[in-house]
Design a protein around this ligand. Structure first.
Ligand code: ADP
Ligand code: MG
Length: 506
């Protein structure tokens, strides 16, 4: 019996040891796993760092590239395109005008009533819809027939509703937010597609003509009075409300900016005469590039997998089309380096499966157990049972990616201010009120539009804070960032009004 008891005791000890050994090994493995994912995060943070010194280098690079793009055709990755918009709306516009806004994700049709005097509340109706995915890669006829028929339906509904305000001759502002080389304010050819569009037969063709042809085919009588991009529309609406508005920035599916430049500074068009002495320049800043941009391996991979590699580098780090996909790539890397998410979900290999609004929801999840993060991981990426500390890691990834994007966009904005002497630095005299009170800086307004900026609170906060950080409080108090809701569409209607046949005739 004694021997049996000893045997049992020894046996128990062996089992206990074995269990503890397994537990310790398990703990060691789990710690190692955790360390591996933390390292992925740390590497991301380091590669994506945007200390204010780095941002100032981006500011300088932006200003330098603007000069280069204005100096000669092809002088910079910034195309600095002429818009032929030399006068911005000021409130005197009158009549009923239509607008079409073809963005990257959404398509809007608008009708705007202008009373001939500035109004805080511009009377307008708007119809929004998503652009059917298949049309983005179809033919130009299919895309434009869809646009023209949506417009026709809208016009018929609107004009049935308000018989009193029948328009004699319908005029349209067309916001087409892709790079266009303009021949006049109402015409221009498509240089290239961006934001996932790829309709080859359209490149090199006149955009207004394509729309006019589609409207004729569809039996809609309307004249394209202005062909602009979304940033120009936003600047127009900004200026209509506030004459200190000198630049506009779009941060939606894609990103772009435009600003009011002196005609004599557009050196590549020597002798350019405009009635105002200035012209709005469409920077096409989505294509900006500088070695100072904090690029990660995820950006390089995203670019290589895109239909436009080596193009739109700034846009791919900043805009709504891409941020979610950068986050997906980081989660995929973590999942491949460690089994912290269980076996790697096949969903993690699907590009753009994690849309930016979902990423924003995870980032802004304020529940104590991060249940929104858990839900999105489960429903979208098919990753279940993720412990809280790993969910926190996901929030951190979203934070790093969004913070970098917002801060780079802020540096871009300050770059524009620097170019036009409104950043309180080199151009300090021009930034001050001429002949005005000593040392007082001129008020400077930048109009902003786009779903990423307006819909994603954390992005907006990071951007606003970075502008203040780069400029310093003294200067920043004179710089106002103003959201222009539907600016790209309403602005197009305003520009159609100021360039309408009747105003040109008179
Ligand atoms: P478009 O670029 O088509 O004119 P918007 O300006 O409306 O469209 O921007 C839409 C884009 O903005 C979406 O594709 C998405 O990436 C981003 N977005 C919209 N709402 C949010 C949100 N709440 N959080 C994060 N991103 C958003
Ligand atoms: Mg838009």
């Amino acid at each position: 019996m004694g021997r049996v008891a000893v045997g049992v005791a020894v046996g128990c000890a062996v089992v206990t040891c074995a269990i503890s050994a397994v537990m310790v090994a398990g703990r060691v493995r789990s710690r190692r796993r955790w360390r591996r994912v933390v390292r992925v995060l740390e590497e991301l943070e380091e590669a994506a760092a945007t200390a204010v010194g780095r941002l100032r280098q981006v500011v300088d690079a932006m200003a330098v590239e603007m000069h280069a793009g204005l100096a000669s055709e092809g002088g910079s990755k910034l195309k600095m395109l002429l818009t032929f918009v030399d006068n911005l709306p000021n409130g005197s516009e009158k009549g009923t005008y239509y607008a079409l806004d073809l963005g990257g994700t959404n398509f809007r049709v608008l009708r705007v009533q202008l009373r001939g005097q500035r109004s805080d509340n511009l009377e307008h109706t708007v119809d929004r819809q998503a652009i059917p995915q298949h049309l983005m890669t179809s033919t130009s006829e299919e895309l434009f027939d869809f646009i023209a028929s949506s417009l026709k339906k809208f016009v018929e509904e609107e004009e049935n509703l308000s018989e009193l305000s029948q328009v004699k001759r319908r005029e349209l502002g067309f916001t087409f937010s892709f790079p266009v080389r303009q021949a006049s304010v109402s015409s221009g050819i498509l240089i290239k597609w961006t934001k996932g569009f790829a309709i080859d037969d359209m490149v090199g063709r006149d955009v207004s003509e394509c729309l006019s042809d589609a409207m004729s085919r569809g039996g809609l009588d309307m004249r394209v009075a202005a062909l602009i991009n979304d940033s120009v529309g936003t600047l127009a609406l900004g200026h209509y409300h506030d004459e200190d508005t000198v630049a506009a920035v779009i941060i939606g599916t894609g990103t772009n900016a435009c600003y009011l430049e002196r005609a004599d500074a557009i050196i590549k068009c020597q002798g350019l005469l405009t009635t105002s002495g200035g012209m709005v320049v469409n920077m096409e800043w989505g294509n900006f590039w500088s070695s100072h941009l904090p690029r990660t391996s995820y950006d390089t991979d995203l670019d290589a997998d895109s239909p436009n590699p080596n193009d739109q580098g700034f846009e791919k780090m900043i805009s709504g089309m891409y941020l979610g996909d950068i986050v997906r790539r980081v989660i995929l890397r973590m999942s491949q380096e460690s089994d912290i998410f269980g076996p790697t979900s096949s969903k993690l290999f699907i590009r753009f499966i994690l849309r930016t609004p979902l990423m924003a929801e995870m980032h802004e999840d304020d529940s104590s157990d991060l249940r929104v993060v858990a839900k999105i991981l489960r429903d979208t990426l098919e990753i279940s049972d993720v412990p809280l500390k790993v969910r926190k890691l996901i929030v951190k990834i979203c934070d790093v990616v969004t913070r970098r994007a917002a801060r780079l966009a802020a540096a871009g904005i300050v770059g524009i201010l620097k170019k036009i002497g409104r950043d309180g630095s080199g151009g300090i005299t021009s930034a001050r009120v001429k002949g005005g009170s000593q040392g007082k800086m001129r008020r400077t307004v930048v109009a902003i539009e786009g779903g990423l900026y307006t819909g994603y609170g954390m992005f907006r906060e990071y951007l606003d804070a970075a502008v203040r950080e780069i400029l310093g409080e003294d200067v920043a108090q004179h710089v106002i960032l103003k959201v222009m809701e539907d600016g790209s569409g309403i602005g197009a209607a305003l520009l159609a009004a100021s360039h309408s046949a009747s105003s040109v005739d008179s």
